[in-house]
Design a protein around this ligand. Structure first.
Ligand code: FA5
Length: 340
């Protein structure tokens, strides 16, 4: 029986050493050590041995089992390591290979300018508020003292949704909303999209952006208005920038003015860019809030006064970045946008 056991040991060890995968190894384990395995069969026959022989053969059998088990374990570990190595080699990442670069977007120049404007005004003590792009005709025109026959109310100038609802033509209706809600004191700016039936040219677009400013309190004068505009232009473009106030008419302010700034290229000297005038394009409209507008919002014009302004955010961006065509801001051409 001892010889049988030794033969089993040799066969088992030989078979295990020839194995190249874990599945075969398990088959070998079952073949020799399983319930019906060769070693188990031999051990079952031990009952037929004499009392003296039994412990001796039992010891040999145990030794054989241990050897086989050890060899099985050793081979199992070796196969597992080899498998892992193959997997690692297969899945190896070549860190020297150039990766797939993700294109990360950045802020649109208009958003940058809008945020910059808001920051400048916040530093001057203004609050930032929001207003809707779809407005009532009343807030957009009537409450702002724009008479029935004002040309800007014409169907050919404004995008009407219904007779009483429209796409706001300016950010000034925000004035009405804020005055009705807060009364006074008020010191706010509000930026957003505005819509007009304007022909597209280098400085006009049917959709553009404005930033509205409104200050209402006791003793507000035109000096406060001029100083605020002057300060903000200098803050934005540099301390050597000059502002020019041209008298103008707006139904909701009295007196009213339009404001130009010195040409950013020649700083007022006169160059081809500004047609030798030294002044850049018109940037904003402004004035002292009309007493009738204050009254429309329940504010006593005998006690309170205010100033308001509305500036073209797109125009500011054009002056700031030297863009000569407003269309470039809305075409989403990455060759243009990547410059900012
Ligand atoms: C107004 O819209 C007034 N609501 C401004 C205002 C507010 C006056 C408060 C007084 C008190 P105006 O139509 O001039 O005014 O437009 C203001 C600015 O918006 C212009 O100076 C210009 O910079 C810009 N703007 C006007 N139309 C266009 C357009 N089609 N495309 C691009 N920018 C425009």
């Amino acid at each position: 029986m001892k010889e049988m056991l030794k033969t089993i040991e040799q066969n088992a060890l030989q078979s295990i050493r020839n194995i190249s995968d874990l599945e075969q190894l398990e088959k070998i384990r079952v073949q020799f050590l399983g319930k019906k395995g060769e070693l188990t069969q031999v051990l079952r026959g031990m009952g037929k041995l004499s009392k003296e022989e039994r412990p001796i053969v039992g010891q040999v059998a145990n030794e054989v089992r241990e050897k086989i088990e050890k060899e099985l374990e050793k081979t199992k570990n070796a196969l597992k390591t080899a498998q892992k190595d193959i997997k690692l080699k297969k899945e190896r990442i070549d860190i020297s290979m150039p990766g797939n670069k993700k294109v990360i977007g950045h802020r649109h120049p208009l958003l940058t300018v809008k945020e910059e404007l808001e920051t400048v005004f916040m530093n001057m003590g203004f609050d930032v508020v929001e207003g809707p792009e779809i407005e009532t005709v009343y807030n957009n025109f009537d409450a702002l003292n724009s008479p029935e026959n004002h040309p800007s109310r014409d169907l050919s100038d404004t995008f009407y949704i219904t007779e009483q609802i429209l796409l706001r033509t300016h950010t000034s209706p925000v004035q009405i909303r804020v005055m009705k809600q807060i009364q006074s004191p008020i010191k706010i700016v509000s930026a957003g999209r505005t819509f007009r039936f304007d022909e597209v040219d280098d400085t006009h677009s049917p959709m553009f952006h404005q930033l509205e400013g409104l200050v209402v309190d006791k003793n507000i004068t035109i000096a406060n208005l001029k100083h605020t505009i002057d300060m903000f232009i200098k803050e934005l473009f540099g301390s050597d920038m000059k502002t020019r106030f041209r008298p103008h008419y707006f139904p909701f302010t009295e007196p009213s003015a339009e404001v130009d700034v010195s040409c950013l290229k020649c700083r007022g000297e006169g160059c081809d860019c500004c047609h030798k005038t030294g002044w850049d394009m018109e940037l904003l409209g402004c004035g002292m809030v009309h007493p009738r507008v204050l009254e429309n919002c329940g504010i006593d014009p005998e006690v309170y006064s205010g100033f308001a302004f509305g500036l073209g955010v797109d125009r500011i961006a054009m002056v700031k970045y030297g863009i000569n065509n407003i269309r470039l801001l809305f075409e989403n051409d990455m060759r243009f946008l990547n410059q900012f």
